[in-house]
Design a protein around this ligand. Structure first.
Ligand SMILES: Nc1ncnc2c1ncn2[C@@H]1O[C@H](COP(=O)(O)OP(=O)(O)O)[C@@H](O)[C@H]1O
Ligand SMILES: [Mg+2]
Length: 378
């Protein structure tokens, strides 16, 4: 493999930024395609293509700047990915895999067909109404945008008819097709990162994720659940990746139900927020294995180097600028790993960075992570 081999990443957010660090570490170059200039990953490269995929010229320019193409989100329509493949560029994961994932309804159907447990779900059509869906799913259920949802932006919890009408109106602005699924009274949410090449398929330790307003807030590694359940979660995660013939890196989100059953919530064909802990806590991070798996290189060990890790997302606390208050205070303990994504503008609830702390005592590191979160204002 030649040095300075160029890995094109579709999307320039924090996931692309952290994958880019690892690409550089391994001696590769990157190209970034993002709608706006100076994105978190675009800042890192001279190969920054600004524009979006509807523009054929932009697509061609990006293809020329890349020897292989991967992605940091599932929002580029699979037809555009196919276009790259027609130009002779390898895309990992492939356009076919992405076509089965980027539509949440098709994704659930694909998993369901392979006997992978998922919450009960239905397609929502123009003819659907609250009564009919409530009869199938119970009075309380979740409506989701089939495409373009993230950090809870495409979701709405429904409890009654007026709520249903409001949600249909709001979500339809995002994407005009929706699905409805059963509200799961879960005990915990779990996640597993899977990396796959032609020769290997490996998992990271199962983690517990805690969401606030449908956004990932805290990740605890490893999940505090029985070994038996961990094994089951890993096996299910591997089956999910196989069901879409996926290669590269994937994050699989699951619900651990009160009766001990595991249901798959969704899968992402890219590095995942639940895997950020691996940067410091594992022998090889999810971002390094992202790069390795895309290039079909031998994968690195996913073993943890300390008994516990806590990752906490730093969400925007204000609606302006990128000034950070109490930066020094956040760093005052010498074992806190602070990551900031270099976003131009803060917004309340926007993912601006994260911190990770490793340790022997889970309660202690969890407390410390929450204390840092209180201090730092982004
Ligand atoms: N069927 C469900 N029952 C209960 N909670 C859910 C359900 N689906 C989603 N959620 C909650 O909303 C969060 C975000 O939903 P998800 O479908 O993963 O969307 P996103 O693409 O925004 O991550 C989940 O992590 C979970 O906390
Ligand atoms: Mg999710």
């Amino acid at each position: 493999m030649k040095n300075r081999f160029r890995i094109g990443i579709l999307g320039g957010g924090q996931l692309a930024r952290m994958s880019a660090y690892q690409a550089y570490k391994l001696g590769f170059d990157i190209a970034i395609l993002e709608k706006t200039k100076n994105s978190p990953a675009g800042q890192l490269t001279h190969n920054e293509c600004v524009g979006w995929v509807e523009n054929k010229k932009v697509l061609q320019k990006f293809a020329q700047a890349s020897d292989i193409i991967t992605l940091e989100n599932e929002f580029v329509d699979h037809q555009h990915l196919k276009y790259f493949e027609k130009l002779g560029k390898k895309v990992v994961p492939s356009s076919k895999t992405i076509s089965l994932i980027q539509d949440k309804y098709l994704q659930k159907k694909t998993l369901f067909k392979k006997d992978i447990p998922v919450p009960q779900f239905y397609e929502v059509s123009a003819k659907s109404n609250y009564e009919e869906l409530a009869a199938l799913l119970g009075a309380r259920f979740i409506l989701k945008s089939r495409k373009l949802g993230y950090d809870g932006y495409g979701n709405a919890e429904i409890k009654d008819q007026p709520g249903y009408n409001k949600a249909i109106e709001k979500l339809s602005k995002r994407h005009n097709q929706l699905l409805a699924e059963r509200f799961v009274h879960f005990e915990k949410e779990l996640a597993v990162i899977v990396a796959r090449t032609k020769k290997e398929i490996i998992t990271y330790p199962v983690v517990e994720t805690i969401q606030k307003n449908h956004i990932c807030h805290i990740v605890i590694a490893p999940a505090q659940i029985e070994e038996r359940l961990k094994k089951q979660a890993e096996e299910i995660a591997i089956e999910c990746v196989k069901s879409v013939n996926g290669f590269g890196i994937f994050g699989i989100e699951m619900f651990l139900c009160k009766d001990g059953k595991i249901l798959v919530n969704e899968m992402a064909p890219r590095p995942h927020n639940s895997g950020h802990f691996s940067i410091e806590a594992c022998v090889t991070s999810q971002f390094e294995n992202h790069i390795r798996s895309v290039l079909d290189l031998p994968l690195g060990s996913t073993q943890m180097i300390m008994p516990f890790a806590v990752m906490l997302n730093l969400l925007g606390k204000k609606n302006y600028g990128r000034k950070i208050f109490n930066y020094k205070k956040a760093l005052k303990e010498n074992d806190i790993h602070l990551h900031l994504y270099g976003k131009e503008e803060s917004r309340i609830g926007r993912k601006m960075g994260h911190i990770t702390i490793l340790g022997d005592d889970l309660d202690e590191i969890l407390k410390r992570a929450k204390a840092v979160e209180k201090e730092i204002i982004i």
